[in-house]
Design a protein around this ligand. Sequence first.
Ligand SMILES: [Zn+2]
Ligand SMILES: [Zn+2]
Length: 280
Amino acid sequence: MNCSDHCRAAAFIFTLEGGQEEAPVLQPLWDVVTARQDWLRSPFFPVSFSFVVYMAFCLPFLLLDFLGTKTPALRQYKLHPHSNPTLGMITRCLAHTIYNHVVFIFPATVAHWYWRPVSLPEVAPELPKVLTDVLACLLLFDFQSFVWHALHHKVPWLYKTFHKLHHQHTSTFVLATHYSGAWETLSLGLFAGVCPAVLKCHPLTEMAFFVVNIWLSVEDHSGYEFPWSLHKLVPFGLCGGPPHHDVHHMKFRSNYAPYFTHWDRLFGTLARSEPEGKSK
Ligand SMILES: [Zn+2]
Ligand SMILES: [Zn+2]
């Protein structure tokens, strides 16, 4: 079946009674995605997708950091207005990210590709299902990360051996997101891969979760808080956002969950951020 046949076939879903239902809202998007099947099925796709999405989310913050040195007004959204990454910090973190993707993430994703071949159904998932599944994946990932993270702070050997590297930056900037060792990189990558598999998500949902997951981790380390930041739009302080993770990098022994605040509330490890501009 060529692409146009495939697209036409996917335009309608046939019910058991023989009638036709309208295609899901996301069907045109899914048709565009699956038109590149060869690339999606390539062992190079997962690592390229991860790296490109990560860099695409990092670049605007790097640009803001750069422009903020020329235009002080742009620093008003910075958690630490007087802190700026140096060229050395940027190149070191970038080189480390590339190294991690080539040496650790690529072999891991090839192994995943080999043992769990890509399956691409013709029909797209319904939008509400995508949204609830992505939220479920985020909640599960948040729980896994909370346990891993708390453990790697409570046990000194685990902290020194595996997690200390990520804490090299007490005042974070966006490329510090992936500044971590092999064990941390692979553990969090495994958690991210397991969530959509356990919840039996559609591949489009899986991709959406990866994109949202990368965005939230990048935003956590960006060092910026905007009036429209997600954690400000979600009520009751349910999402921590950049201030939540910034406090973790400064104080070490609080705010272990990456995205939500309920686990830290429950275990008494939630800490609030200091008023803006107090830090160095
Ligand atoms: Zn930590
Ligand atoms: Zn961090």
